[in-house]
Structures are given as C-alpha cells and as structure tokens.
Design a protein around this ligand. Structure first.
Ligand code: 3HC
Length: 329
C-alpha cells in the first residue's frame, strides 16, 4: 500500500542513489521502522515537513474548539453541557501536546501561533463551517472526530517519536469524542420528527466537508509521496477517505439517516462503497480563506492572542526575574 502511494504521488522523489550517505542512512533507519528522535540527525526536508504537518494539526485542534464553544451556553441539558465542555478542553490539550511535539523540531510555539495568525500556516478546512443547530455538535463528534480518528490512528505508528507518542493519547480521547457525537445524533434520531429532521439537515451540511478533511485526491496531493517515503503518512488521502465512507454508511443506515449522495452504492466486486464526485473547488476555496467562517475564526484567534499579551508579558517578566536571581545566587 505504502509502495503504491510512493509511486502515485504527484511530486517526484529522488532516486535512492541520488541521496547523500547521511540521507541514505537516515532513510534506512526509517525503512527499518526505527523511530527518529529529536536529537537524531534528520534531513531538513523531514524536519520542515513535520513542522508543517504537526503545527497545522495543532492549529486545527485549537481552532476546532471554536465551532463547539459556540454551543456551550446552549447545550440542551446539564449532562450534554458537561460532556461538551470536557471535549473542548480535551481539544485544547491535544493542541498543547502537538505544539510540544513540534517544538522538539526547533520551532517556538510563538512562531507557530504567529504563522497561524498571519495566514501562513493552515488548519483543517472543516473548522471553517458554522454550527447552526445542536445537531451540528453531534455531527462534529460523529463525522469530524470520526474522520480524525481514521486519519490519526496510523499517525501513532509514524516515524517521528514525539509525534507518534502524542497521537496515542489523542486517539484515545478522540474515540470518546466520536462516541459522544454519535450519541447526540442517536438521541435526535429517536426523538421527535423535527429533531430527526434537524439531524438529517446537519448531515447534509457536514457530509462532504468531512470527506474533504482527508485532503486532496491522491493525484493532486503534493506532499504524499515524500511523506510516505518518510513514513509520516502510512496511508494515502483517498485510502483513508474510502475507509471513512465504508465505516460511516452503515452507521447512518442504523440511525435511519440518508447520506446526501445519489451516487453512493455498494460495490460488490470491490467490497467497498462507490461514492459521488467531491466538489474540490469548494475545498480549495476554503483553503484560500473563502469558507463561510475563515475570517471569523482567524479574527477570534487574533483577539485571543492580543487579549493574552498582558499575561505573556507577566510570565516573561517573572521568568527573567527568576533567571537573574539564580545567576546572582
Ligand atoms: N484542510 C486544510 N488544508 C489541507 C487539508 C485540510 N483538510 N488537507 C490537505 N490540506 C493542505 C495540506 O496541508 C497541503 O498544504 P501545504 O503543503 O501548504 O501544507 C495541501 O493541502 C496539499 O495536501 P497534501 O495531501 O499534499 O498534504 P499532506 O500530505 O500534509 O496531507 C493531511 C494532508 C492528510 C491533512 C495531513 O497533513 C495529516 O494527516 N495531518 C495530520 C492530521 C490533521 O492535521 N488533522 C486535522 C484535523 S484535526 C481534528 O480534526 C481535530 C479533532 O479534534 C477533530
């Protein structure tokens, strides 16, 4: 599977003979499934790719709190509200583990944050969609966290030690998030016809953006080939997307909801579902900053950064004082 992905990636890879002896030794370690640790020699490309991916992943966890935070004060019961609060706090924790993992590669958290605020660093397209009803909170858990698990379980086995280890705990928590989302949707589907309709409308809004989360089709994925060779990516975008469809369709059937795709059908020969064409122009438009909530999300993060300036200044002043004290001692 991995070899096939290396072959089909859009970017061409350098032949092994073209690599320097150091690069060859590095690749051999990866091929032998030896984890790369922060103090090990690594190619500049490997380091940069990891910083890009891990920081984008961290930003997604942080920005991902915003659509859900929107519903904390409007959750329908005390139980739902405490679950939602716990989940949002988990996402903050995931962001912190991931920023820490990226810091081991020599980039500061401040720099990563500034890259997010300036628009240089991306975050997941999915968090640029609004949460219009309570059912959207269920969809985020069921579909978005469901997709995140499918994408992230393989990352627990990726070649970079700190990233792989961070992902183990993240995936355990994401599994709880997905279950609570399914539970929210199930409660709506077993409720009044209006509640079931609310769930169906939310599914209609979130289905295609959830499939886009896995990234562009393999034929357009610029980073896949190299990331596969470095075992940062163990499965291709399309392979994981297919897994999402195959896993979710029976769940939707159980709930009595219809997937908004007239071309969806079981393919007996492949043992997988065939599904309709994804509107990639929408995905690329969201990436360019033109999704329904892009501006709002970045504005909110900028405000949080500005509002926290006094606190960061206080911490720095305290740290400087402590350093001066210990030097004097
Ligand atoms: N949203 C925004 N940008 C995306 C994207 C998405 N859904 N999918 C791909 N892209 C970007 C890539 O970052 C890349 O841009 P860049 O080169 O400027 O960074 C470009 O589109 C081309 O895509 P590639 O397939 O070549 O990029 P990758 O090899 O990096 O693959 C990925 C994309 C599969 C998302 C991979 O980066 C990955 O597995 N990342 C780790 C997981 C992650 O970040 N998940 C985000 C969601 S986290 C989450 O959902 C939180 C949870 O609490 C719900």
């Amino acid at each position: 599977m991995y070899a096939q992905m290396v072959d089909t990636g859009v970017a061409s890879l350098r032949a092994v003979e073209e690599l320097s002896p150091e690069e060859q030794a590095f690749q051999e370690r990866i091929d032998a499934d030896i984890k790369i640790e922060p103090r090990d020699w690594m190619t500049e490309g490997y380091r940069k790719t990891l910083i890009r991916q891990i920081s984008q992943h961290a930003h997604s966890e942080i920005v991902g709190q915003l659509p859900e935070g929107n519903w904390v004060t409007r959750a329908p019961t005390l139980k739902r509200k405490t679950i939602l609060l716990a989940k949002i706090q988990d996402e903050a924790g995931h962001g912190l583990y991931l920023y820490s993992a990226a810091e081991t590669l020599g980039v500061s958290r401040d720099q990563m944050t500034l890259d997010l605020l300036s628009g240089k660093a991306k975050y997941s397209s999915i968090f640029n969609y609004p949460t219009l009803s309570w059912a959207d909170i269920g969809m985020i858990g069921w579909l978005v966290d469901g997709a995140a698990i499918i994408n992230q379980i393989p990352l627990c086995r990726c070649s970079y030690g700190p990233y792989a280890r961070a992902m183990v705990r993240i995936c355990k928590e994401e599994a709880f998030h997905a279950r609570q989302g399914f539970d929210v949707v199930m409660a709506l589907c077993r409720g009044t016809p209006e509640q079931k309709q609310m769930a169906q409308e939310a599914l209609n809004r979130w289905w295609w953006p959830a499939l886009m989360m896995f990234g562009p089709p393999d034929t357009e994925s610029v980073n896949s080939a190299q990331s596969a060779r470095w075992k940062i990516k163990l499965f291709s975008n399309d392979e994981l997307r297919q897994r999402m469809v195959d896993q979710t369709v029976p769940q939707a059937e159980f709930l009595g909801l219809s997937i908004p795709d007239p071309d969806l059908r079981w393919n007996e020969e492949r043992g997988q579902y065939d599904f309709g064409a994804i509107d990639w122009s929408e995905f690329y438009s969201v990436l360019k900053g033109n999704g329904p909530c892009n501006r709002d999300r970045i504005q909110t993060r900028r405000k949080a950064w500005d509002d926290g300036a006094w606190f960061r200044d206080g911490l720095n002043a305290h740290a400087e004082k402590q350093t001066a004290k210990s030097k004097a001692a």
